[in-house]
Ligand binder design. Sequence first.
Ligand SMILES: Cc1ncc(COP(=O)(O)O)c(C=O)c1O
Length: 384
Amino acid sequence: MSTTIKRREWLKLSALASGAGFGILNGIDVFGRTSPKVLSHVQGDEDVRRLLFNENPLGPSKKVTQIIQELLPRSSKYATFHSYDFMALKELIAKQEGLNPENVLLSHGSFESLIMISSHFGANGGEIIVPSPSFDVVGNFGRKIGANVRPIEVDEQFRLNLSAMESAVTSKTKLVTICNPNNPTGTSCSPQSLRSFCSSVTDKAHVLVDEAYIHYLNSWRNHTMAPLIKEGKNVLITRTFSKVYGMAGLRIGYLLGPAEFVQSMEGKYTLGFPGNMPNSLSVAAAIESLNDDRFIAKSRAFNEKSKLAFYQSLNELDIPFVKSDANFVFYDVQKFNEYKSLMWKHKILLTGGWPSKPNWARVTMGSDDDMQFLVEKMRGKKWL
Ligand SMILES: Cc1ncc(COP(=O)(O)O)c(C=O)c1O
């Protein structure tokens, strides 16, 4: 088990979970945001099984922990060293993507980039088209600032409905967002269809592709839309070190986009030195991670194995599910609130109940022990 809380706090948390209404589910609202109330509870000294944030149960890698230990004494300094410099990270990312450092904006997780994008396009009632259900930071933040957010439901196979999204574009549309693979459904778009979608929609609006889970796809480089930036398309990509790299707590991610756009984001939302420079340990950890293909392969293989075992259990329990290209699985429990309450009673934190898929749960692939415990508690379907 990865996280602990105090018994008294646990009872409060369980009460919170069972009383959760439409907007807040398991302390996570329907768009995946966690309430500070829950975060304040997920600490302490009693075990919970934390299968709701899509964190990597293997991470961080040894290389990451080693470099952090080595550089810890240097953390009184900004991340401006010859090695492990924030510019070195930008250069490395750019090199690996066939782009220039001017195409890269580093941020506090990918979340910060997503908020900047939402602020930029959603200002003054800007029209933004988003998929639903999805991990919709851009739409959710956009609503806060008065953007006109238009959700387009996934298709019957739980895939992003690209043709419906394209048809929804109007002369007022500023941005269309894609999450690939999509959270929470776990589906991904075929590279050909997404490429042609991006090529045609970018004539009318910017397209953002959130690639938080892209590394879980085999041959993920065939799936990324980053090459379209080089072709001059108005495509924006967000990536994170929080998932396959196992560094969620280090809070580092980045935006890729046309140089002019990236520079305008920097100009608009950051201010000189140290600007939005991430912390020096995260920068060093990210550099190590980008040179550690083995850890990605190991995480991917572990995740594949967990998913196959979980699919088998779901089949045995006769529970419909969607095959996932990410590190979580979406499945139909019929009575989500009852299921959630039962799982939370067993201290298994998971989420679900998106408005258009109220009966569906989403669970992160955790450690073997966590997954076996989860399946054990699902046997007998006591929530139905
Ligand atoms: C699709 C997607 N994008 C972005 C994020 C934000 O992650 P971070 O801010 O840790 O990079 C998440 C987090 O779960 C996510 O699921």
